[in-house]
Design a protein around this ligand. Sequence first.
Ligand SMILES: Nc1nc2c(c(=O)[nH]1)N[C@H]1C(S)=C(S)[C@@H](COP(=O)(O)OP(=O)(O)OC[C@H]3O[C@@H](n4cnc5c(=O)[nH]c(N)nc54)[C@H](O)[C@@H]3O)O[C@H]1N2
Ligand SMILES: Nc1nc2c(c(=O)[nH]1)N[C@H]1C(S)=C(S)[C@@H](COP(=O)(O)OP(=O)(O)OC[C@H]3O[C@@H](n4cnc5c(=O)[nH]c(N)nc54)[C@H](O)[C@@H]3O)O[C@H]1N2
Ligand code: SF4
Ligand SMILES: [Mo]
Length: 722
Amino acid sequence: MQKYDQPKMTNIQTHYRTCNLCEAMCGLVITTQNEQIQTIVGDEKDPLSHGHICPKALAYKDLHEDSDRLKFPVKKTNSGWEQISWENALDEIADKLVNIQKTYGNNAVGVYQGNPSVHNYGTLLYGPTFFSSLRTRNKFSASTVDQIPHQFAAYQMLGHQLLVPIPDIDRTQYMIILGGNPLVSNGSLMTAPDIRNRLKAIQSRDGKFVVIDPRRTETAKLADEHCFIQPGTDVYFLIGIIQEIIKNGWIKQGHLDSVTKNLDEFLTSIPDIELETISSITGISSANIQRIAKEFSQAESAVCYGRMGACTQKFGGTVHWLINMVNIITGNFDAPGGAMFTSPAFDTLGNSQTKGHYNKGQSRVRNLPEFAGEYPAVTMADEMLVKGEGQIRAMVTSAGNPILSVPGGEKLDRAFSGLEFMVSIDFYINETTRHADIILPPAFNLNGPHFDVVFNIFAVRDVVKYSNPVFPKESGTKYDWEIFMGLEKRVAQKNGRKYSKINHFLSKKFGPEWLLDLGIRIGEYGSLKSLFKWNGLTLSKVKKQVHGVDLGPLKPRFPKRLFTSDKKIDLAPSIFIDDLKRVISNVAQSNSNGSLTLIGRRQLRSNNSWMHNCPSLMSGRDRFLILMNPLDAQKKSIADGQKVRVKTSNAQIELEAKLSAEIMPGVISIPHGWGHEGKGTQQKIALKNKGGNLNALGDDLAIDPVSGNADLHIRNVEVYPI
Ligand SMILES: Nc1nc2c(c(=O)[nH]1)N[C@H]1C(S)=C(S)[C@@H](COP(=O)(O)OP(=O)(O)OC[C@H]3O[C@@H](n4cnc5c(=O)[nH]c(N)nc54)[C@H](O)[C@@H]3O)O[C@H]1N2
Ligand SMILES: Nc1nc2c(c(=O)[nH]1)N[C@H]1C(S)=C(S)[C@@H](COP(=O)(O)OP(=O)(O)OC[C@H]3O[C@@H](n4cnc5c(=O)[nH]c(N)nc54)[C@H](O)[C@@H]3O)O[C@H]1N2
Ligand code: SF4
Ligand SMILES: [Mo]
């Protein structure tokens, strides 16, 4: 196997790439001349995206050209950031980390990994080796302000934390979207580029899709039906649907009849809550719940899909169990048109060292259970601030900005500024990385190859593609994976421990390509899968197909694909059954007390807290607005366009109000990822579009105790006109 070719930058060249900015994996055609990007368009021959593209992809040009983007390590000094050599930076970091661990114990070094980590195969394949070499339990990531309930339900029911069901959107006849806005997000845990046309196709084949959301979102506007739902009450809606299915005898498991266990236990455990009560808690009428249950059960195929809004709430874990159950008991699990499972060419699940584990340890301060080797991000600040044995004294952050992304932003800001040492692997100096003592910037994505190790396992169709670098690697820069290897080796040497010399040797010679090639060869379609597949896939065959390889629609895969030891789906994991007590006891508290609940929203021309330094995305009107229903505004004498102050017990921010009936009464919405700071950061354009930090208003104590996910609903918010 050979390493990739570095492109030569002279005349006009055409490059085929997979966009790695969000989960949709759109195929791009990028033309370059010398070191410049000339054009970026969608690749019509890409088997998954068929030419679709969004405004963020065009911003690759801005990212590529951004003079604020770091290329070499910088160290904080009394006179500001100073460039230092890689050798000195890596040596000093290893020294500091090892010394801190020797003085205070291994847990004194904490780790936070942000979202772009999963879009980068170098980070994915090499980050874990370095992080586990630190032998710390204090690991955190953006997963616990995001999708961990999907993984928790998969782990409990199907035996592997990554065996996440994917809606078979291209074949379904009926889809319920709970708390997702794919028209803006471009789909999540549902890699499905050009979602608009995929949703419209459901309608043109006489199917239907229904959106359940406290806001009449862009997706809801396209839907056949939209129901407002009180934030955090999806669990009751799902119980209502399941009660109807049971009551009317619509249960059918199809080919999974002999593959599931504990159906009776599940059925008898469903609490008997009156439909009228459910209706008053959720705000969805009984008639609608009854009709949706009937339509779903009787559709030729159907899928219930939940995303961010259904995850980041106090019953996130149990909600995802019940979503799976709605699909399973109506025969829509592992079946075409229902929730299905991928057969990726590089099988991240099969190759992963762990299927997952739960509660192997508890966090020091709040006693929260570990899942997937991590503690909830909402307790990261506690672990840094609360004194005592095991307190975090040093942090390593990679590809993240938790101060803007995790509830309790101001507390996190305090916590980071009090550390003895901090290192960040990131090419921007943002609100979080500004606290680092040393920043290690990886080479930019377009200066390296790309392969999706994660999103092929969440795609609505099996595909595989390898992208060559668009630009050569600039001299003296390092990829994320090289940074991780450099750190791992030095930390091991300073500790007198072993590190994997074979991996280091092969990676130095071939790059991460050797791991990809091996993974593809031993995978489902690979040349080493069996004697009969000697002519199967290899990385070099994949590379030859520049637009990507289509491996076909999703196929039923159970029971073979299950990771449970008995090859059965557990329909009644005790942790969820037990949580139903909490669901029942919450009935009384669920009626709103007339106060406002604050939720977030995503924006097409933004990407969480970053890409705000891209001029092409930041042009146009201010997007940092609070959405408010006119009825609520009237009560507070707030006019459209007026400046308001939004206040919680944690913080306050000021912004302009936009009145609209698209948000339900009692609910207000502010986009997250804003709140850019000038002090110590280096993002000039982002600073002109500061906005305020939604997560500073947020409550770090609000959590789903089952999955450990943050509850991003901010309750009892006060809004005043100014
Ligand atoms: N209130 C509220 N809070 C939320 C959310 C919400 O909906 N509402 N959403 C949550 C979700 S879903 C997520 S995923 C998180 C995101 O939270 P984070 O992951 O903490 O933050 P990002 O804004 O994605 O920060 C990405 C950082 O990675 C850097 N980066 C980009 N590419 C690379 C790379 O290839 N290598 C390296 N080393 N760095 C890179 C960027 O420069 C940027 O600094 O926010 C969460 N927070
Ligand atoms: N343009 C753009 N694309 C992105 C991102 C981005 O920042 N910008 N971020 C990427 C990331 S990291 C992710 S994880 C995905 C997320 O992808 P999605 O989950 O599709 O996106 P969100 O906009 O967070 O959708 C959450 C929806 O849940 C609703 N909601 C809030 N609370 C509740 C509730 O209690 N119940 C119900 N039923 N609904 C509720 C919100 O109103 C919102 O419409 O998007 C990705 N794509
Ligand atoms: S939808 Fe996502 S993957 Fe597609 S072009 Fe936009 S950012 Fe890239
Ligand atoms: Mo996310």
